[in-house]
Ligand binder design. Structure first.
Ligand SMILES: Nc1ncnc2c1ncn2[C@@H]1O[C@H](COP(=O)(O)OP(=O)(O)OP(=O)(O)O)[C@@H](O)[C@H]1O
Ligand SMILES: [Mg+2]
Length: 354
C-alpha cells in the first residue's frame, strides 16, 4: 500500500481488491486501483481535429440549441483518463447542458462526442453501466430508505460496491433506515453522491455535487473524490465553489456563452502563475502595498528597512476566484443568466431529452 497525494492510503497500480479503510473520523476511504491508469499524455482539443480515442471524454464542435439559442456553441474538449476536470462558468453558461449531452441524457444538434470511446447518443446498457451520474437536480423524494435505494441501484450493475460501505463513505450510515424524503438537503446530496458511485463507475459526472453540504461534509467529500481518483476514476465536476475546483481539479475549464474561454491547471488559469504579486505591510502605522513582478527582491529590500520582522507582511497573487471573475467579466454580454437554476427536476426522465 502506498500513501496517495493527499495522505490518503491507496494501493499501487494493479491492486485487485476493493476495500475500505477507516479514516478515524467515522468515514472510510477506498483503497483499490482500477485497471484504468491515467495517461500522462497532454491532450489538446482543437477545432477541426479528430476526437481523441485515448481520452475518457473527447468533444469536437459540440452544439446544443434550445429553440434558436445555442446553449453550447462549438465546444472542443478532451478529458484524459484518470483526470479530475472541473467545468466552471456562471449560471446559464451551458455546463449542465454539456454534461447531460455527455451522459447521453440530451441530444446534441452538432459536433462529435466520444465518452469512453462511445457516442453517447448510441450508448447502450454496457456503456451506461460504466458511468456514475450525480445530477444537478438530485434524486428527488423517495419512500424507500437510503439502504433500499442504494441496493436497488446497485442491482443494475455487474460489480457494484457494497451499499453499506458506500453509506459509510458518504457519512450516511446513521441514516441507513431513513426514507429519502425525510433527509435534510445536505444528506440528500450525500445520497445522490452515494447513488452515483455505488455502481463502481469508471467515469463519474458530478454536477454541483456539494451544493448544500456543510463545511465538514465538503471536506469529507473532497477526500472521497481524491480516493476515487487514486482508484483511477475519471471525474467531470461542475462547481461554483472555486476553492473546491482548486482543491480537487487537475485542470479547470471556464465555460462562457457555450464556449470554453480557457482550459488550464488551476494554478495557471488566466495567467495566474505569472501575475504580479501584491506585497503589503504596515509602516509608520499606515497599511501600505505595492504590486511587483519580483516579490522576492522587493521583500528583501523591504526587510532591510526594518530591524526585525516586517510588520504585517503579506505577499499575495491573484486567487482562482480573482482570475475567474476577471475572465467572466471580460465575456461579452449574454454569457449567463440565472434562468437555468433548478429547472431540471421536473423535466428529467430516464430517456434522452431534446
Ligand atoms: N430545457 C431547456 N429548455 C430551454 N432552455 C434551456 C433548457 N435547459 C437549459 N436551457 C438554457 O440553456 C442555457 C444553459 O443552461 P445550463 O443549465 O446548461 O447552464 P449551467 O451552466 O448548468 O448553469 P447553472 O450554473 O445555473 O447550473 C441557459 O440559458 C438556459 O436557460
Ligand atoms: Mg447547471
Amino acid at each position: 500500500m502506498v500513501v496517495g497525494r493527499w495522505g490518503i492510503p491507496s494501493v499501487a497500480a494493479g491492486g485487485g481488491v476493493d476495500a475500505l479503510l477507516p479514516t478515524g473520523r467515522g468515514h472510510c476511504v477506498l483503497v483499490q486501483k482500477d485497471s484504468l491508469l491515467p495517461t500522462t499524455r497532454t491532450l489538446a482539443a482543437g477545432p477541426g481535429s479528430e476526437p481523441d480515442p485515448d481520452a475518457a471524454i473527447s468533444v469536437r464542435g459540440l452544439v446544443k440549441r434550445y429553440g434558436d439559442r445555442a446553449a453550447v456553441d462549438g465546444l472542443d474538449l478532451d478529458i484524459r483518463r484518470g483526470e479530475i476536470f472541473a467545468l466552471l462558468g456562471p449560471n446559464g453558461a451551458g455546463k449542465t447542458t454539456t454534461v447531460e449531452v455527455l451522459e447521453g441524457y440530451r441530444k446534441r444538434d452538432g459536433g462529435d462526442v466520444r465518452v469512453l470511446g462511445v457516442d453517447p447518443a448510441r450508448g447502450g446498457r454496457r456503456w451506461r453501466a460504466q458511468l456514475g451520474i450525480v445530477l444537478q437536480s438530485g434524486a428527488g423524494d423517495s419512500q424507500l430508505s437510503v439502504r433500499e435505494l442504494l441496493k436497488a441501484r446497485a442491482s443494475y450493475y455487474a460489480e457494484p460496491r457494497d451499499p453499506d460501505e458506500v453509506m459509510e463513505l458518504v457519512g450516511l450510515t446513521a441514516e441507513a433506515g431513513a426514507r429519502g424524503r425525510t433527509l435534510s438537503g445536505g444528506q440528500r446530496r450525500r445520497l445522490d453522491v452515494a447513488l452515483g458511485i455505488v455502481g463502481r463507475p469508471r467515469l463519474l459526472f458530478l454536477d454541483e455535487p456539494t451544493t448544500g453540504f456543510d463545511p465538514e461534509a465538503r471536506r469529507q467529500f473532497w477526500a472521497l473524490i481524491r480516493s476515487l481518483r487514486d482508484l483511477g476514476t475519471t471525474m467531470l465536476l461542475t462547481t461554483h465553489y472555486l476553492d473546491e475546483a482548486e482543491a480537487l481539479a487537475d485542470r479547470v475549464g471556464v465555460l462562457a456563452r457555450g464556449q470554453l474561454a480557457e482550459v488550464a491547471v488551476p494554478a495557471a488559469l488566466g495567467g495566474r502563475g505569472t501575475a504580479p504579486a501584491v506585497v503589503s505591510w504596515t509602516e509608520d502605522g499606515v497599511r501600505r502595498s505595492a504590486e511587483t513582478a519580483t516579490p522576492t527582491a522587493f521583500v528583501r529590500e523591504l526587510a532591510a528597512r526594518f530591524p526585525g520582522e516586517v510588520p504585517d507582511l503579506t505577499v499575495a497573487r491573484p486567487t482562482l476566484e480573482d482570475v475567474y471573475l476577471k475572465m467572466i467579466g471580460q465575456v461579452p454580454e449574454g454569457g449567463g443568466t440565472a434562468a437555468a437554476v433548478g429547472r431540471r427536476g421536473a423535466e428529467r426522465s430516464q430517456g434522452v431529452s431534446s
